[in-house]
Design a protein around this ligand. Structure first.
Ligand code: CP
Length: 291
C-alpha cells in the first residue's frame, strides 16, 4: 500500500492486515521500521482527534514530525495542493497526512508526487483512517464482521465517515442500514424512522450534523432532530444486549445523543479515539515500510 486515499481502494485482506497490526501495537509490539521517516500533517480543515492522533502515532513508530501550520502556509497565497506537497517532498518528507475541504483533492497528487499521501478527510468524500479505527473498534467487540447489523444515523450526505464505512462494512459482509431525514440521504437508500432498526442493531453509529457543509436551513431545529433521530434514554433502553454505540466525534451533545449517554456502558465513543492511535500506527507503518 503506497497511499491511503479511499476505502474503495482497500481489499478485505489489506483491511484485516491493518487491524491485526493495530492489535499488535495495542498489545505492546513495537514498530519494525528501519529508520526514522519524515512526516508532515497538513490540516486545511479543523481537527482535534485525527491530527493529534496521527501525530501521536507518528511519534510512537519513530517518525520525525515536521511542523506544518496550514493556516499560516503559502496555501493562503494561492499555492496549489500539488505545489505544496511537491515542495514538502523536495524538503525531504516521506509522507504527508492531509485534510482538505475539497472532495478528492488527492487526484491532483496522483501524477508527479512521490511522497506517500494519507487522506485524513476530503470534504464530504472519504475519511479512511476513521473508517479503519471504526472497523477495529467493531472487530475488537464482536471478533468478526459477517452478518452484523450496523445502523448509521444522521447527516449521511455530508459525512465522509458514512461513505467510508458504508464501503468498508459492506465489503466485509455487514448489513448496513441508514437512518436520516429525507433531505440528508444523498445517494443512499435510507430509513426515516427508528422502527425496525433499533432492536436488532449490533452497532448504532451516530454522525455529527455538519452545519459547516449545509446551506443555511432556518427551519432546522436541534430539538426536533433529537426527538426524531437522536439517541434518547428510551431508545438506548430498547437496544439489544451487547449492542454498542459509536460516534466519530466531535459530538453535538443532546442533539445526536443525550449527553449522559456519551459515556454510558454501551458507548465506545472514547474507545474509538484510543483505538485510533494504534490503527494510525499500523497505517503509517504499512505505508512507510514500502518506501
Ligand atoms: N473524527 C474526526 O475526524 O474528528 P476531528 O475532526 O477532531 O479530527
Amino acid at each position: 500500500m503506497r497511499n491511503l486515499l479511499s476505502m474503495e481502494h482497500l481489499t478485505n485482506d489489506e483491511i484485516m492486515l491493518i487491524l491485526e497490526r493495530a492489535a499488535g501495537f495495542e498489545a505492546g509490539e513495537i514498530s519494525n521500521l528501519p529508520r526514522s521517516y519524515n512526516v508532515a500533517n497538513l490540516f486545511f480543515e479543523p481537527s482535534t482527534r485525527t491530527k493529534t492522533s496521527f501525530e501521536m502515532a507518528e511519534r510512537k513508530i519513530g517518525c520525525t514530525v515536521i511542523p506544518f501550520d496550514a493556516g499560516f502556509s503559502s496555501a493562503l497565497k494561492g499555492e496549489t495542493m500539488y505545489d505544496t506537497v511537491k515542495t514538502l517532498e523536495m524538503i525531504g518528507m516521506d509522507a504527508v497526512v492531509i485534510r482538505a475541504k475539497e472532495d478528492e483533492y488527492y487526484n491532483e497528487l496522483l501524477e508527479g508526487i512521490n511522497v506517500a499521501v494519507i487522506n485524513a478527510g476530503d470534504g464530504a468524500g472519504q475519511h479512511p483512517s476513521q473508517s479503519l479505527l471504526d472497523l477495529y473498534t467493531i472487530y475488537k467487540e464482536f471478533g468478526s464482521f459477517e452478518g452484523l447489523n450496523v445502523t448509521i444515523v444522521g447527516d449521511i450526505s455530508h459525512s465522509r465517515v458514512a461513505k467510508s464505512n458504508a464501503t468498508s462494512l459492506k465489503k466485509l459482509g455487514v448489513n448496513v442500514r441508514f437512518l436520516c431525514p429525507p433531505e440528508w440521504a444523498g445517494n443512499f437508500e435510507a430509513h426515516h424512522s427508528w422502527d425496525e432498526l433499533l432492536e436488532d442493531s449490533d452497532v448504532v453509529m451516530l454522525l455529527r450534523i455538519q452545519h459547516e457543509r449545509h446551506v443555511i436551513n432556518k427551519s432546522f431545529s436541534k430539538e426536533s432532530y433529537h426527538e426524531q433521530y437522536g439517541l434518547t434514554f428510551e431508545r438506548e433502553a430498547r437496544m439489544k444486549e451487547g449492542a454498542i454505540i459509536m460516534h466519530p466525534a466531535p459530538v453535538n451533545r443532546d442533539v445526536e445523543i443525550v449527553s449522559e449517554l456519551v459515556e454510558c456502558e454501551r458507548s465506545r465513543i472514547f474507545d474509538q479515539v484510543r483505538n485510533g492511535v494504534f490503527v494510525r500506527m499500523a497505517i503509517l507503518e504499512t505505508i512507510l515500510k514500502e518506501r
